[in-house]
Design a protein around this ligand. Structure first.
Ligand code: GLA
Length: 379
């Protein structure tokens, strides 16, 4: 945090009045279920985005990021926060979105951000940027919004202004994370419960690839799910159990949409079964579900890629590893693996060597712990 407040002072020549942090997230199971009214099981991680800010009296909003320092200070007017295709559109859109939640922002402010999340790696750097902006604004202007509302404001900003039709999982995990726990969230109702992660290590491996069509492919998947809903006559795919789906699936004539729907319905069940397995301390059962989730994302939802398949399959063969899968939206990004603590070093060196040999990429490997959600304080 100190590095961010000093950067603020250096850039703006004054001291910040509030500062905060919002974490990235990793999803353990329940992928592409959130926008289908289903369950997800993410946790916040210790990497994330720091922000320092101070109000201004002239209605200007100015954003600086240590990670995009070459862009300098990006400035908007309170009355014109429309996106321009730059990183600062994310915090600007959050400020704009506060109005829709009954707390319009009436003053300008200066912001300085610093991220230690790998960018574009599928660990929710966008959600962390949205949530840290909302959390610091709440502190700066004493706004009557809850953490859950900040998550929804972030999602609203991204859907409405940025044009990515994401679900609520990433922002919710960043805002509501709890140390040592994953969050079993019903994305349809926003009911949630915390589940202690127990005695196992979580390791993220960054494939280092990001396929360029990721956000258009994401929106395509949403459309295919909506088509499947219409064909079956339900408002959300996760209203169906796998057994009900089995009986009704022939109503979906398009085989692609049918496979998409099958993934969603079964993945929702896996998320619930996974949380139950963790509750009874059955890490082996949780691992089996993670592996099945990967296969379903690869074959039925078709959001994996050769690099992620290789990382997950390599991990699954290492002794002491319970399970491994791609995590997040897909088309690149990261895998998450659950293993015995004693396996972490062996895992890291085996995966590094194999991936380097196969793809010529030295993958970043992060052992992680489940962390608390966003927080801010006055300075
Ligand atoms: C992205 C979205 C989330 C969720 C995942 C897939 O991370 O932002 O809302 O849909 O993909 O599970």
């Amino acid at each position: 945090m100190n590095a961010t407040t000093s950067a603020f002072e250096r850039i703006y020549g004054k001291t910040p009045e509030a500062a905060g942090f919002a974490p990235g997230r990793v999803n353990l199971i329940g992928e592409h279920t959130d926008y289908n009214g289903g369950h997800v099981f993410p946790c916040a991680i210790q990497m994330g985005i720091f922000c320092a800010a101070a109000p201004r009296e002239d209605g200007k909003l100015r954003f600086f990021s240590e990670n995009f320092a070459c862009d300098g200070i990006v400035e908007y007017a309170l009355g014109d926060l429309s996106p321009r295709g730059v990183w600062a559109d994310y915090p600007a859109s959050v400020i704009r979105a506060f109005s829709a939640f009954g707390s319009p922002i009436k003053r300008g402010a200066d912001f300085c951000f610093r991220s230690d999340l790998p960018d574009g790696a599928g660990l929710s750097s966008s959600a962390a940027l949205e949530v840290v902006t909302g959390t610091v604004l709440k502190e700066l202007f004493s706004l009557p919004v809850t953490k859950q509302e900040i998550a929804r404001i972030g999602q609203f900003a991204e859907n409405r202004f940025i044009g990515v039709n994401c679900g609520i999982m990433d922002q919710f995990a960043s805002a509501m994370g709890k140390s040592g726990c994953a969050i079993l969230l019903d994305a349809g109702t926003l009911e949630y419960e915390y589940a202690p992660l127990g005695d196992a290590a979580l390791v993220i491996v960054n494939s280092g690839v990001k396929h360029s069509l990721a956000s258009s492919a994401y929106n395509d998947r949403r459309r295919e799910c909506e088509a499947a809903c219409r064909a079956i006559g339900v408002s959300a795919l996760c209203a169906l159990t796998p057994e009900e789906f089995e009986k009704k699936q022939n109503l979906i004539s398009d085989p692609v949409c049918r496979r998409r729907a099958k993934h969603v319905v079964c993945e929702n069940r896996r998320a619930l079964d996974g949380a139950a397995a963790l509750r009874r301390g059955d890490l082996a059962a949780f691992g089996v579900l993670m592996n099945a989730s990967h296969v379903s994302l690869r074959d039925d939802y078709e959001v994996s890629c050769a690099e992620l398949d290789f990382l997950a399959e390599t991990a699954q063969q290492i002794g002491g590893v319970y399970g491994s899968r791609m995590t997040g939206g897909g088309f690149g990004g990261c895998t998450v693996s659950l293993m015995e603590y004693s396996a972490v070093e062996r895992f890291a060196s085996a995966v590094k060597a194999a991936y380097l040999d196969r793809f010529g990429i030295d993958p970043a490997i992060y052992p992680i712990t489940a962390a608390d959600g966003a927080a801010a304080r006055a300075l």
